[in-house]
Write a protein that binds this ligand. Structure first.
Ligand SMILES: O=C(O)CCC(=O)C(=O)O
Length: 285
């Protein structure tokens, strides 16, 4: 039996030990971009993340959701970044447009296709906070929409974002994850290990994904970060984080924007693999 078959037999269709996402804590959140103080920036550097509720308005969230639906429905001809959840081929053949939309797992590189999405990543208050964190103005380096379908949305195993990006090791990468639905532990909200960004790069392996070894996850320090629509989670590129499978009947849609200091240039892939492990050739986050 192959490894995937063995894990399914042991843990059921998710293929992972549910103990990997039992949180010991829930994150505290700040209310709105305007409430972020210098102390919060210091907290980001200590804990590796900052959770901000009500960062974007209901109108902005509704606009973003509509834009995501348009991209999935093929209304922007040049957009080719739709990826469906694994194992959905049979449903896709027979489903209507809404059923197809619900089965999408990911949109890659959505920025530039709809201003209702672009404005979120260009928000001045967000960019100001990123500048404070990085000590330099930020530039957008990568972007994806992560859409965990109800019932079948798979886990995104624990990882460090830096393991996916060919950037110098001392780069302050900051990821901004914008919730478009209520994100809860039940439908696959973000889980983080506070302070883990200070432990340096960790070797990643190709197991259920390009990930940190399950035995390297600090299970006694898992913090879940529930967010309401319009909430944002910022985290450092070396923070250990992951999301469990969506076992609920609710969708969990989010936009993910990865920023780096504007002076940073890309590195050779070999430099990344030498640190994060050679399994990681050509992976995408
Ligand atoms: O949104 C998710 O489920 C996981 C996103 C994430 O951690 C990533 O892609 O780096």
């Amino acid at each position: 039996m192959d490894k995937a078959g063995f894990l399914e037999d042991k843990y059921g269709p998710d293929g992972y030990d549910p103990g990997l996402y039992v949180h010991t804590d829930l994150a505290n959140s700040i209310d709105g971009f305007g409430a972020v103080t210098d102390e919060h920036i210091g907290e980001f550097h200590k804990q590796g993340f900052l959770s901000i509720q009500n960062a974007f308005s209901q109108d902005e969230v509704e606009g973003a959701i509509d834009a995501v639906s348009h991209l999935i429905a093929g209304q922007k001809e040049d957009f080719k970044g739709v990826q469906f959840e694994k194992g959905t081929r049979d449903y896709l053949a027979n489903g209507d447009d809404l059923q197809r939309e619900v089965l999408v797992r990911k949109l890659t590189r959505f920025v530039g296709f709809d201003t209702r999405l672009d404005v979120l990543g260009e928000n001045e208050k967000l960019l100001k906070i990123l500048t404070q964190v990085m000590g330099e103005s930020p530039k957008l380096f990568a972007n994806q929409a992560m859409l965990k379908p109800p019932g079948i949305g798979r886990e995104k195993p624990w990882h460090q974002d830096h393991a996916y990006f060919d950037l110098p090791l001392d780069t302050c990468i900051v990821s901004a994850w914008v919730a478009l639905d209520n994100a809860t532990p039940e439908n696959g909200c973000m889980h983080v290990i506070p302070g883990s960004h200070l432990d340096g790069p960790v070797v990643h392996f190709n197991r259920r994904d390009w990930q940190i070894c399950d035995t390297d996850v600090a299970r006694d320090r898992i913090t879940a970060v529930p967010l309401s629509p319009g909430g944002v989670l910022l985290w450092h590129g070396r923070l250990h984080h992951g999301t469990p499978a969506n076992h609920s009947d609710k969708r969990r849609r989010a936009l993910q924007l990865h920023y780096v200091p504007s002076s940073v240039e890309k590195n050779e892939q070999g430099a990344r693999l030498a640190v994060f492990g050679s399994d990681g050739k050509d992976v995408t986050c």
